[in-house]
Design a protein around this ligand. Structure first.
Ligand SMILES: Cc1cc2nc3c(=O)[nH]c(=O)nc-3n(C[C@H](O)[C@H](O)[C@H](O)COP(=O)(O)OP(=O)(O)OC[C@H]3O[C@@H](n4cnc5c(N)ncnc54)[C@H](O)[C@@H]3O)c2cc1C
Length: 396
């Protein structure tokens, strides 16, 4: 049995939600400890990957677009502060197979960007062929290219923030799985780890991603864990898929889910993934496999869109987990019945891009400080008929 330790804040889970919160709370003067069962970053964490899309495009949703604008500034600042180009501002191309029309994710995004003073460039089948020759001529006939946006090397971002957190005084507990929340009179006052360690604090913050409902079971009805396939392909002609000749893309994503990235500077692969319905999975019991059927769907997409990649070797696949809320909005709030407990999760497959502003958001929730975005992420009830509304996501 390990000795008892006390901190001001205990954070459970060192993915991007947890580590940004740890850094921010530490900078606000709290003694912070953070736990994670794995090495950091944890190989099974959603945040651990070679790249994540960083975009401002959210259809007509001005709140997310405004938050993404702030995050974009934060990414550029992090590249300076963290002394490494972890964010690649190579631009994003939103492509459509039919002319953009009112109500479409792409049309609404384009016009909202213009309204907010950005300069997205409208592209046609002809400009797509000229600027991005890897695309099958005529397969996509409309859309736009927005120079602000791109991708972040997510796993490296988490690793860098973990090092920065330790250097700034956050106590790290890697290889420590929190098993139980310790509670007296509806007040959470600490945690016990699977090794039997007891840790006390005024505030406990659950940022455990797909595992959250295992620690806070009353959230199981509103947090649905879904698995989504990722593919890494080795192109025969890397130059064709290198920025600026190939941008981060969403290919009619609200109607197909397909999106992807240019050649990765370190891994020398093309990552393609699908932002769709996904497969409901248990974070611990279920295997996370990419099936033959998933690969067939990928090849069918490549045949119609990126023929040069059609038979490129698949060098890696992965099924990664979203934490879906019924409305697709994050879940960041105090527990209404259990004092001392804050939950920050519900990423719904689109949280990483907000990393530079996440810590501040979650810290404001912990401290109960007013924040314009938090009402949207509050602890909330759902009617049975609620639908997902993250505009770029394919709803099946
Ligand atoms: C396939 C896929 C593609 C995505 N693409 C994008 C994208 O392009 N752009 C974008 O913005 N977002 C994207 N996302 C979403 C993004 O990855 C998530 O929003 C974000 O990574 C969630 O971070 P998190 O910290 O909540 O969870 P995680 O990164 O999963 O971290 C949770 C951590 O909690 C730890 N933990 C679990 N249980 C315990 C316990 N009992 N005790 C201690 N620690 C525990 C885990 O080990 C893990 O490290 C994607 C997600 C997936 C799955």
């Amino acid at each position: 049995m390990l000795t008892t330790k006390t901190h001001d804040i205990l954070i459970i889970g060192a993915g991007i939600f947890g580590i940004t919160t740890a850094l921010e709370m530490n900078r606000r003067g709290y003694q912070v400890a953070i736990f994670d069962p794995g090495p950091l970053p944890h190989p099974l964490a959603a945040s651990t990957d070679i790249s994540k899309m960083i975009r401002m495009e959210y259809g007509s949703d001005e709140a997310y677009t405004a938050l993404a604008e702030q995050a974009h500034k934060g990414w550029l600042q992090w590249n300076e502060d963290l002394g490494d180009e972890l964010f690649h501002d190579v631009g994003v191309a939103m492509l459509t197979r039919a002319p953009m029309a009112p109500g479409d994710f792409e049309y609404e995004s384009y016009h909202l960007l213009l309204k907010r003073g950005h300069t997205p460039e409208r592209i046609s089948a002809q400009t797509i062929s000229q600027r991005f020759p890897a695309w099958k001529p005529g397969a996509y006939v409309d859309g736009f290219f927005h120079a602000q946006g791109g991708y972040a090397e997510s796993g490296r971002v988490v690793a860098t923030l973990v090092r920065r957190a330790e250097a700034e005084g956050v106590t790290l507990y890697p290889e420590h799985k929190v098993e139980t929340l310790l509670e007296e009179d509806h007040h959470v006052r600490g945690v016990r780890t699977s090794a039997g360690g007891i840790f006390h604090a005024e505030q406990v913050v659950v940022t455990s991603g797909a595992w959250t409902a295992l620690l806070v079971p009353e959230l199981a009805p509103v947090l649905k864990v879904t698995g989504h396939p990722i593919f890494h392909l080795k192109p025969a002609d890397p130059a064709l898929f290198t920025a600026p000749d190939f941008a981060v893309f969403a290919a009619d994503s609200s109607r197909t889910g397909w999106y992807g990235f240019p050649l990765h500077p370190r891994e020398q692969v093309i990552k393609i993934a699908n932002h769709g319905v996904g497969q409901v999975l248990h974070p611990e019991r279920d295997k996370r496999v990419v099936t033959e059927r998933d690969v067939e769907k990928l090849r069918a997409f490549l045949a119609e869109a990126l023929p040069e990649l059609y038979d490129a070797p698949l060098v890696a696949t992965r099924r990664c987990l979203y934490v879906d809320t019924p409305d697709g909005d994050f879940w960041i709030d105090h527990h209404p019945q259990r004092a001392g407990l804050t939950v920050a999760t519900g990423d719904s497959g689109h949280g990483f891009k907000f990393a530079p502003v996440l810590g501040g958001l979650i810290a404001d929730a912990i401290e109960g400080k007013p924040n314009p975005w938090l009402p949207r992420f509050r602890w909330r009830d759902f009617s049975a008929q609620h639908v997902q509304k993250e505009a770029s996501r394919y709803q099946g």
